[in-house]
Every structure is written in C-alpha cells, then in structure tokens.
Design a protein around this ligand. Structure first.
Ligand SMILES: Cc1cc2nc3c(=O)[nH]c(=O)nc-3n(C[C@H](O)[C@H](O)[C@H](O)COP(=O)(O)OP(=O)(O)OC[C@H]3O[C@@H](n4cnc5c(N)ncnc54)[C@H](O)[C@@H]3O)c2cc1C
Length: 284
C-alpha cells in the first residue's frame, strides 16, 4: 500500500530555516550526511586523529617508531591495532574523536544520552522556540513481521494530536507576549530592551512541558572512538529500538567510509566477542 503523504500543516519560520540548513548540508557533504525518517538528520561534522594516531599513542610505551598516516600501515601495525582492541588496551582508542550533529526526536535522544562517556550540546527550548516538526513513523517503522501495529487512520489522528500541541504552545506564547506588552505599557513590570526577557523565558520554560517526546531536537555529540565502539555495539544490535538503530547505522556508515582499517578491526573484535566471528588467536 502507498505511504500516506505527511505534510506538516504547521511549520514556523525557524523550523523551515532548519530544514533549509539540512538540505544545504546534504547537498554540500553527501558522504557525511544522511536524512533519517521524516525530519531527522545526522552528519559526521569533524573527526580528529586516525588509525595512525592510535598506533603512535600505543607505541609511546615501547618504541620511538611513529607512522604518519594509515596509508603507511603494515601488517604489523594492523596486528597491533587488533591486539590492543581485542585485549582491552583501551586508552589509545581514546585519542581519536568524532563530532556528529543530529536532528532527532527527543525520545531517541533520551536513549542516546544514556551514553555518558561523551559530550552533548543540545538546542535549548528555554532560549528558543521548539522545532515544530515531530516524528511520524513511516510504514516500515510501524510494521512488525508484516503486521502494521498502527493504521493509517491512527497515524492521521496521532499527527493531528502532535500538531495541536504545537499550536497550543504557539497560541499560549502569543497570548503571554501580548500580556507582557500590556503589563509593560501599564508600568506593572519593567520594560526589557535587549538581552534576555525573563518573562518570555519563563513562559518558554513552562510551555515546553507540553511538547511531546516525538518533537525533534538538535544536538552536537562529541565522542572518542572507545566510547563510539560501545555505542555501535549496543545501538546497532537488533534489540535496540528501530529509530535509534537508524541513526546508529547511519553514523556507522560514515565512520566506516572514513576509517576502513579501524572499522574492520572493530567488527572483527565485536563479532569475536559475540562468538559469531571467525575467531583467531590474539596477536602478541
Ligand atoms: C537495547 C537496550 C535496552 C536498554 N534498556 C534500558 C532500560 O530499560 N532502562 C535503562 O535505564 N537503561 C536501558 N538501556 C541503557 C543501558 O543500560 C546503558 O545505560 C546505555 O546503553 C549506555 O551504555 P554504557 O553505560 O555502556 O555507556 P556509557 O555511559 O557511555 O559508558 C561507557 C562505559 O564506561 C564505563 N562506565 C561509565 N560510567 C560508569 C560508572 N558510573 N561506573 C563504572 N563504569 C562506568 C562502563 O564500562 C561503560 O560501559 C538500554 C540499552 C540498550 C542498548
């Protein structure tokens, strides 16, 4: 059956600006960006260090030998990389960092933020109005073994409910702004010129509570490879929720393209840990 078209009936200017920015990033950086779901997005914006950084960091203990780039990797270097990862010599893997930006529903970010060994910076609904886009599950997201757990009619009602929440927020906020202006006019409260208006800010703080966890947010995520590997291991497994898995798989695709030796080594070690790999003796 054809996918019912999802056309948001209510989109504010800042949300349209965010959409335009996503489109621009997709156009400029097709290899390191990906659209996810109906409004989601992920980009590998920066990465610091590479496989050579890890090897050089590890070799501080034993030798002055250093290599300039992964292009210079020998079999010996590959074996060392595998040996370190396999045997939990973890700190050299903390010398490589990644910074992703993701536009994701709050319910996905709530799971994501359980990963503590990394840094997040999130869009603020205290200083800014919420993104007026929310997650709408497509047919694949709502199908289990060929059975649709939500009907088109239910999705329609869900969509209307989410839109009504966004309209509620904006209607209340407009009313509050008008009341603040009246109170300023009447001299009941000081007139705030420039800077942060505490009355409006408090209204945003309270009204954001009406936003559903399906609302999209915008986040920077900075993480070292050791912790990223743990994230891939946990969030790319079939038992991880479908929506976070889509982001994790997209992040993995970008990582794999840029770090082929490291991703191959990681996959080998993870698959051996799970007991589904080819095995192999630890290389000393
Ligand atoms: C399928 C799935 C279902 C889940 N269900 C639930 C659920 O129902 N409820 C729930 O609360 N969570 C749930 N989680 C979250 C899960 O328990 C972890 O909190 C999350 O995956 C982050 O993993 P982590 O702690 O290894 O990562 P990080 O927080 O990034 O930590 C990385 C590593 O650092 C070390 N570390 C970090 N902090 C400490 C510490 N305080 N003490 C000792 N070592 C530390 C550990 O070795 C850890 O593995 C679920 C996760 C998955 C993948």
């Amino acid at each position: 059956m054809e996918e019912p078209p999802y056309a948001p009936a209510f989109q504010t200017g800042p949300t349209q600006e965010l959409e335009a920015e996503i489109q621009l990033r997709l156009q400029l950086h097709p290899d390191t960006t990906r659209r996810i779901g109906n409004f989601g997005f992920i980009e590998l914006e920066s990465a610091w260090g590479d496989e050579a950084t890890i090897i050089n960091t590890a070799r501080i203990s034993t030798t002055n030998m250093r290599i300039d780039s992964p292009d210079d990797f020998t079999d010996r270097d590959r074996a060392l990389l595998y040996h370190l990862l396999k045997n939990n010599h973890g700190t050299p893997f903390e010398s490589v960092y990644f910074r992703f930006r993701m536009v994701a529903p709050i319910f996905v970010l709530r799971q994501w933020m359980r990963h503590r060994i990394c840094s997040f910076n999130e869009f603020s609904q205290r200083y800014r109005m919420p993104v007026t886009a929310f997650f709408v599950p497509d047919r694949e997201a709502r199908t289990v073994d060929g059975f649709e757990v939500m009907t088109d009619e239910q999705i329609q009602r869900y969509t209307e409910l989410m839109e009504s929440l966004h309209r509620f927020y904006h209607d209340c906020y407009d009313e509050t702004k008008a009341r603040i202006a009246q109170a300023e006019e009447a001299g009941e409260i000081p007139r705030i010129t420039g800077g942060r208006n505490p009355y409006r800010a408090r209204a945003r703080e309270l009204l954001r509570n009406a936003m559903s966890v399906s609302t999209y947010s915008d986040v920077y995520w900075t993480i070292n490879f050791r912790s990223l590997m743990n994230f891939f291991d946990l969030r790319r497994k079939p038992n991880a929720q479908y929506e976070i898995r889509q982001y994790a798989d997209a992040a993995y695709g970008m990582f794999e393209q840029r770090f082929p030796i490291l991703s191959e080594t990681m996959n080998r070690v993870l698959s051996e840990r799970r007991g589904d790999g080819e095995g192999g003796d630890p290389i000393g």
